[in-house]
Design a protein. Sequence first.
Length: 364
Amino acid sequence: MEPILSYQYKDKHYHSKYDCCQEALRDGVPLTQLTSHIKAVLFKKPKLFSDYDFKTEPKQDWYEMCVERAHELRQKHKYLALAFSGGSDSAFILDIFLKNNIPLDEVYTVLGNPFKDKNLPLHLDGGFWEVYNHAIPHMQDVQKQYNIKTKFTVHDNYEDVFTGHFNSSLFDNAHHGILYTPTGNAHYSVIQRYKAQDRFIINGAFEPNIGYGRGKYFMELWDTDNTSQLCHWNYIPFFLPDNNLKMHSKQCHLVMKHLKTYGYVDRKNNFPDYHKAQILSTRKWLYNFSESPYFAPNWNYKEKDPKASLFANLKVKSFLKALNHFGIDDYKKTLNDFWFEPKVNNINIFRLPHGFQIAKQYLE
């Protein structure tokens, strides 16, 4: 099996963004024009989105679609786990499985906390607030309420936090600008172990990202939109069935109708309000997601320094602040060896484009 996401340059597909950029640069493509020559592609189908009619909303009920998707995945995979972050996407997916008596073999969350014995204040929480305050408590509540046999796991190997994606096979497995997030790095090692056991993992991709321009609403997808693990063949985006865009089209139309009814909110300039609109129209408000200190934009779109792009995520900033506060220096050599020093055709990898667009389609 192959990963869902690949990068196309000319007629060849690459699963590593860096390998693809390297080939284009060798051919003389300027750094500033890489995004014009390279396309991020799902299922190796460059016309998957352009061939689909996004202007017509699917008639099937949204919740019914989600239940069908859950049944489909259960029937298809012998071992099925849900990566549960405590966020609105994975909480909604878990609720679908539970309310419809569709068994999961495992629900897990990833921690990797090197500060467990330090009683961190909120401003130094290290990016773990959502795991401790949403993910773990909700998993415990579900166990009591439903009395199910599903295995609940907290993966907490903090050594992986300092390596994860950052290892000798970085160029083979990396597909987009990697973030140095504590849970993201620890999650990489979990996924590798599950691959060896032929275990498949559900995640909450893709979210409906809606914009407005030229007097019309449109949807867009980038390789930076909750795709951090889609370079792995055993990682499944719940809201995008294989080669079938009906679910994604439906949720895009639901968000568009919500924005038309209650007023347009620009995702990049007012992410908290956009996120609320997205949850209310396509997920469930199962608990107070907005109380999280990371409910605000998870990514700083205005980051100008390419070297610092790795650290623009709010959770990353909190994590590094805590590391520096306690004098934990393990990460510095790792970042130097696998982020600051590596080059592609004599160009530092942190100078390569962070995001490649997968699709942009108008909804009306």
